[in-house]
Design a binder for this molecule. Structure first.
Ligand SMILES: Cc1cc2nc3c(=O)[nH]c(=O)nc-3n(C[C@H](O)[C@H](O)[C@H](O)COP(=O)(O)O)c2cc1C
Length: 371
């Protein structure tokens, strides 16, 4: 195998010093009773810190809005009990030598695919849609939007106060922020809607600016974005680099330091019509167009993508050469790893030791276990 040294180069992003380039991808585990992370979550994240992960991103954890989550085991990022739980988590991660940011989330009008649970309050979304032509939830008033922006900012301030090293805003996969980006779910005629991605990025830019004001200049802000949606894996909002710039540049100008560009398979080219089948991926184009630090993700070390795992299929181990070559080319700065780390807390240590024979296939049964 190609040398893995590139993965173990340190990187500094404002006040955050990372010892390597491996990020634990945010993964909802749905096992926080009453929305409060407890000892099980603390031990789960601590193990990944001890295993050498450079930066841990938490599972999505929701802001203080009445219908901000779509399943009962999703943790809150507000309220005394949940915040005390998160403080314990980050303290454990730090004690094991790790660094961590919460992924701050609002699920918008997306239904959980694992439960029919509904919140007590009406589900909310930009235009009362969950997908093009499919109604779900009520269209948010300007007051609801302003309150949601404020709720994101409060969560960010709490993240910093609790001692987290960074935070990630979940702007991907068809949830609330992405429902503003997507023309298929944003039909608003006010300043939060419009024909251009730049206009539809206004809500996210307001969230980012409010968070930046809440955390100060030195605290790194990560924003996760995706073209694909839970509602439509083939959705493409930016069909040209110019459109991608129009989408992402205002967000970087509003205060984002790191773009976390979600793909299901990291090696897929974003605009093959421009630079060919081996061309830059989403994180590669985002870096080139905005100059921001970028994180790529998607099927690292495994044969099948995340949706095949949800479908119950086993993924087998694949080598890292393709990833290492792209990182050596400087295409993106960091790589997030989801299922490989969910299934094996020592995955990073094994990569570092070059102990590839000890890698484990991903068994979907692991999705149910928090170990
Ligand atoms: C169990 C599970 C839960 C996930 N939950 C989230 C989430 O809360 N937020 C998010 O942005 N992505 C979520 N994802 C997507 C992952 O962050 C990641 O992008 C995806 O699994 C691809 O990486 P992988 O192929 O290395 O697993 C989840 C994935 C899995 C497997």
């Amino acid at each position: 195998m190609t040398s893995t040294d590139i993965l173990f180069q340190p990187i500094s992003i404002k006040a955050l010093d990372l010892p390597n380039r491996i990020v634990m991808a945010p993964m909802t585990r749905g096992q926080a009773p009453g929305g409060v992370p407890g000892e099980a979550q603390a031990a789960y994240y601590r193990r990944r810190a001890a295993g050498g992960v450079g930066l841990i991103l938490s599972e999505g954890t929701v802001v203080d809005r009445p219908a901000s989550r779509n399943a009962p085991g999703i943790p809150f990022f507000h309220g005394e009990a949940a915040l005390a739980g998160w403080k314990h988590v980050v303290d454990m991660v730090h004690a094991a030598g790790g660094r961590m940011g919460p992924q701050i989330w609002h699920t918008g009008s997306v239904k959980s695919f694992s439960s029919d649970w509904v919140p007590d309050a009406p589900v909310e979304s930009p235009s009362g849609l969950v997908a093009p032509g499919t109604r779900r939830g009520q269209a948010m008033s300007e007051e609801a939007i302003a309150d949601t922006v404020a709720a994101f900012a409060r969560a960010a301030a709490e993240a910093k106060r609790l001692g987290f090293d960074t935070l990630e805003i979940h702007g991907a996969h068809g949830y609330l922020i992405d429902q503003f980006f997507w023309s298929g779910t944003n039909e608003r005629a006010d300043r939060f809607g419009g024909a251009s991605l730049r206009r539809r990025a206004t809500f996210a830019a307001d969230v980012v600016a409010a968070i930046r004001a809440a955390v100060g200049a030195d605290f790194p802000i990560i924003l996760r974005v995706s073209q694909w949606k839970q509602q439509d894996y083939a959705a493409r909002m930016a069909t040209t680099p110019a459109e991608m710039g129009e989408w992402l540049l205002p967000l970087v100008e509003a205060g984002v330091d790191v773009l976390h560009c979600s793909q299901r398979r990291f090696w897929e080219p974003e605009f093959p019509e421009i630079d060919g089948e081996g061309g830059l991926n989403f994180a590669g184009w985002a870096k080139k167009l905005t100059g921001a630090v970028t994180i790529s993700v998607g099927s690292v070390g495994l044969s099948g993508d995340v949706m095949t795992s949800y479908g119950g299929e086993r993924s087998t181990v694949v080598g890292l050469d393709r990833l290492l070559h792209r990182m050596e080319d400087g295409e993106f700065d960091l790589i997030a790893v989801g299922r490989a780390l969910l299934g094996d807390a020592d995955w990073v240590a094994k990569v570092r030791a070059g102990d590839l024979a000890s890698f484990r296939d991903f068994d979907p049964a692991a999705l149910a276990r928090l170990v």
